[in-house]
Structures are given as structure tokens and as C-alpha cells.
Write a protein that binds this ligand. Sequence first.
Ligand code: BV8
Length: 257
Amino acid sequence: MAMEGDIERAVELLMPARQVVAFTGAGMSKGCGVETFRGKGGIWERFNAEDLATMEGFLRDPELVWRWNEKRRSHIQTIEPHPGYKAIVDLEGGVDEVVVVTQNIDGLHERSGSHRVIELHGNVWKVRCAAEENEPWVDLRVPLPEIPPRCECGGFLRPHVVWFGEPLERRVILEATAVSDSCNAMLVIGTSAVVYPAAGLPLVAKQGGAAIIEVNPEVTPVSEYADVSLYAPAEEVLPELVDLFLERKGIGAESAE
Ligand code: BV8
């Protein structure tokens, strides 16, 4: 568990910050019952990433990829963001700007009220035509009328998520890199920090002079250069951290709305 002293240290690091980036991974959603990819019981322990999260896998078996994404969509639809999501929204009341840079595709940050969210790997509620490679659109249908769903052109729809071996959208990674470089503090929450280019962003922030505050029950590559690591679940320690920060700022949580 995170020691009180570590939370104090994290608050101290946040006090002078004007722009804060909350960089999140699958561990941020674990507290809502969404599975992580790695670690005990992770998705990649039971499934092969090549089959479910690559274009090759999709072309080989679009039905299997859609069954997996359909299962995630119907599960995500039923869950409520945990108090750690609200803590990130409340943090907005104590600094000039909070930018959420997330690897997650579940849309939970926007649903919990964060005002600026950069989705590095897309969003499972958006689809686009795999044949026309056109602009994505929101498709909230659960269940989908057919698996795999088809575009009007007759081609398959695909989830608007970034698969392994696919580049991130230029505009997205450029914006994420810019805010990581310019922020004064980065909260690195619930990521194993092994998937690039996303995993390189905490180091961009560090080299840009930001204080790095890690939130993860486990040690990760970020732990080596974090200013403080809070080894605890995000859903537990984020509310504690933000409440103490807002108190020190003389801002009640209610007025942080
Ligand atoms: C690219 C969307 C180049 C999909 C995802 C060899 C072959 C091919 C590619 C590569 C290769 N070697 C390297 C690469 C690049 C590859 C990569 O980095 N691979 C890694 C595995 C080595 N990267 C890519 O392929 C990227 N694209 O490089 O393109 C290119 C350039 C130009 C032109 C053409 C090509 C694209 C990567 C994006 C893949 N898509 N997701 C979908 O979801 O369907 S990746 C997926 O895993 C996530 O999005 C996330 O980004 C990533 C990492 O997962 P995490 O979020 O960190 O989650 P994880 O489960 O790993 O860890 C959870 C953590 O939470 C743990 O640390 C745990 O301790 C902690 N935790 C648990 N409970 C809690 C908690 N923390 C807090 N609270 C809790 N309660």
C-alpha cells in the first residue's frame, strides 16, 4: 500500500503544477472490473494478441475479433467509472488544466466528466469501414445487428482502435507528445509501460521537467525514474491524493465541480 509519506510527497509535487497530464492504462479501469492485458489473469494470458489486436488477425477471422470487441462493448456499457475517475475530474479544480492521455479504448474518462481526453489507441464505441478506410463514426449498438458488422458498401466495419503494427494517428500522438513535454506533472496510472510509442510519453514528460507520480500496485519501467510511486490501486489512492491536494489548495471537493 502507498505510505502516507508518499502521498504527502505526491501532493507537494502537484502544488506548483499548472498543467497536469493523467496518463492512463488498463489498470485505471481494473477497479471497474475491466480486465487488464498483462499481469495475473490478463487478457493476453488467455488470448493471442496477434489474433485479436492486429489487422492480420482481423483479416483471418473478423468474426472472432468482433466477438471479443462486442463482449467488451457490452461489459463496458454496464460499468460505472470508479471514484478514481472522479478524482481526476476534481483535480481540474486545483490546476489550470488536466489533460487525460489514455491508452484505454473504453471511453470511461469522458463518461466520468474529464474535459480534455486524448485517446491514443482509439475508442471501442467508434467504427470505420475496413474497406474504405474512411473517417470513424460512433456506433453504440449493443448487440450489433450482425457479427462482423458490415458497411453500406458491403465491406466489413472494424473497431476504431489501433492494433499492433498500426501507426497511431499523427495528430493524436503529436498532441499527446506536446502536452507530455509541456506539463508540469504527469500522473502515470495503471500502465505496464511496455507498448510504444505510448510508453515513451512518461519519459518525454520527465525530460520536459515534469514531476512524475506513478500509481500502480506493481513496479514498472517508469518506477525507475518516477519522483514518487504510489504502489496502490488507482481506485483507492487517487481520491485520497486529490482530496489532500485540494485541501492544501484550500479548495473543497464540492467547489472543485
Ligand atoms: C506501432 C488497442 C508502428 C487495441 C493496444 C514487434 C512487432 C510489431 C510491433 C512491435 C514490435 N515490437 C514493438 C512493436 C511496437 C508495438 C509494441 O510496443 N509492442 C510491445 C508489446 C513490445 N507497438 C505497436 O504496434 C503500436 N504501433 O508501433 O506502429 C508503425 C509506425 C508507422 C507505420 C506502421 C507501423 C501500436 C500499439 C497499440 C496496440 N493497441 N490497444 C485493443 O484494445 O483492442 S495496446 C494495449 O496494451 C493498450 O491499449 C495499452 O496501450 C497497451 C499496454 O497495456 P496497459 O494499458 O499498460 O495495460 P497492461 O495490462 O499492460 O498493464 C496494466 C497495468 O495496470 C499493470 O502494470 C498493473 O500492475 C496495473 N494495475 C492493475 N490493477 C491496477 C493497476 N494500476 C492501478 N490500479 C489498479 N487497480
